[in-house]
Design a protein around this ligand. Structure first.
Ligand code: GDP
Ligand code: CO
Length: 407
């Protein structure tokens, strides 16, 4: 059998980082080559500003990684494309909140994924967000905050991400990464996940967060394709986070480029201790929570200051294209992400006024309205994992669409 030589990914070494207390935010790292070929320089021979990472090492990280795919009523073709892009070495956890009536979309998703797994021998766990067994498992684990009055998990992407995180922990993974199910390009999904692994390889540590910044987002402008770099929402969100950081360090900065990056991955250690906010606040709130808990500027509520928190930001090369969900979506996103900064205990009154003025000017806040507070769940550390697993195991084993169980 011919064994192919290892390929490499060539990536920039971060040039700088900003630090607040125990949190280090590294500058954006560029990808120079998705595949630098088997003849890439051996470590030590290469230029000091780039590193080539061996494929074996990337696979090594991916074998310890779960990829959580939140789904709500996406088209089956899109979901399948996303699965095509996820490297086989990762465990996939699909958390679906798709409607079961009048058509049982979840059933269709399960069927299509099981079929896909038969051809690929991919390991996929698929659960429904409203599965009563999952709800009961959170109750048994002493985490009722996530549940509604019927005892099932509440609606929302963040809530789905939290289910995925706990399942990844229960199934013994070391890393958890997230990819949306409405991505049009399997190649982009594949790239994000290789970059998650690259981030963990380059930064190491048990408390590392890797976030992806898209190189571009194609749009139609005046009947031609235009590759926009920053969406409106990310511009506002990054600016507010940078202003917050500058206020506390005393140095103006533009280091934050991934304030609302949906594509991100964490060590499970960090994923279990960080707090999740609901709605569009979930991604930027990760920054806020880490800065509040580990920044040292205010007393920490649940963070352990002996940890070193690393936030790594990587710029992906594939354009990002997902389902267009309209204008309202963007306004909600801007309000949701700025609310995390505005309502943070770290936010000085001057910055609050600035954010308020910016929102009114943009027409995102009307006369008399104020920015709604952010709903935040307690850290998953308080969940008793043994109790959770004892109940959830049945739901998970029943639904593993791996070849062995897809008879
Ligand atoms: P955007 O990409 O941030 O503009 O938001 P989307 O509406 O595309 O949602 C992001 C991802 O989360 C998509 O893959 C959705 O299918 C998924 N999603 C949205 N709402 C829910 C939910 O309530 N539960 C779960 N599990 N996934 C959701
Ligand atoms: Co989307």
């Amino acid at each position: 059998m011919l064994l192919g030589p290892a390929e490499f990914m060539r990536i920039e070494i971060p040039r700088e980082f900003d630090r607040l207390g125990a949190v280090r935010i590294y500058g954006l790292q560029k990808i120079y080559e998705l595949d630098a070929g088997p003849e890439a320089e051996l470590p030590g021979q290469e230029d000091a500003v780039v590193r080539s990472l061996p494929a074996e090492a990337i696979y090594g990280v991916q074998r310890e990684m779960a990829i959580v795919v939140p789904v709500r009523g996406e088209r089956l073709k899109l979901i399948e494309g996303v699965l095509v892009g996820i490297p086989n070495s990762c465990l996939v956890i699909v958390v679906s909140n798709s409607p079961r009536e009048p058509i049982d979309r979840f059933f269709l998703e399960q069927e299509s994924i099981a079929n896909f797994c038969r051809f690929t021998r991919k390991q996929v766990v698929i659960v429904h967000q409203k599965d009563p067994v999952i709800g009961a498992a959170f109750a048994a684990g002493g985490y009722p905050e996530l549940l509604d009055e019927r005892g099932t998990v509440r609606n929302g992407k963040a809530e789905g991400m939290m289910i995925g995180t706990v399942l990844a922990r229960m199934l013994g993974r070391r890393y958890v990464g997230f990819v949306d199910s409405d991505n049009y390009f399997p190649g982009a999904v594949n790239e994000y996940i290789r970059e998650y692994a690259a981030g963990f390889l380059m930064h190491g540590g048990d408390h590392t967060l890797v976030r992806i910044s898209w190189h571009s987002k194609p749009k139609i402008v005046e009947q031609a394709l235009y590759f926009a770099k920053w969406g409106r929402s990310s511009r506002h969100c990054n600016h507010a986070l940078n202003r917050l950081l500058s206020h506390h360090t005393g140095f103006e900065t533009e280091i934050v480029k991934t304030g609302n990056a949906g594509e991100h991955a964490l060590t499970l250690e960090l994923a279990m201790s960080i707090r999740y906010a609901t709605g569009y606040a979930v991604e930027p709130f990760h920054f806020i929570d880490l800065l509040e808990q580990y920044g040292g500027a205010i007393p920490s509520e649940h963070g352990d200051m002996r940890r070193l928190i690393r936030i790594c930001q990587i710029e992906s090369r594939n354009p990002h294209l997902h389902e267009n969900k309209g204008e309202d979506h963007i306004a909600d996103m801007i309000r949701g992400s700025l609310a995390t900064v505005y309502h943070s205990r770290l936010c000085p009154p001057g910055l609050q006024q600035e954010i308020d003025a910016e929102l009114r000017q943009g027409g995102y806040l009307k006369e008399g309205d104020s920015l709604a507070p952010v709903h935040v769940y307690p850290s998953l550390d308080k969940l008793d994992l043994g109790q959770f697993a004892a109940v959830a195991r049945e739901a998970v084993e029943r639904r593993v669409a791996a070849p062995a169980s897809a008879a």
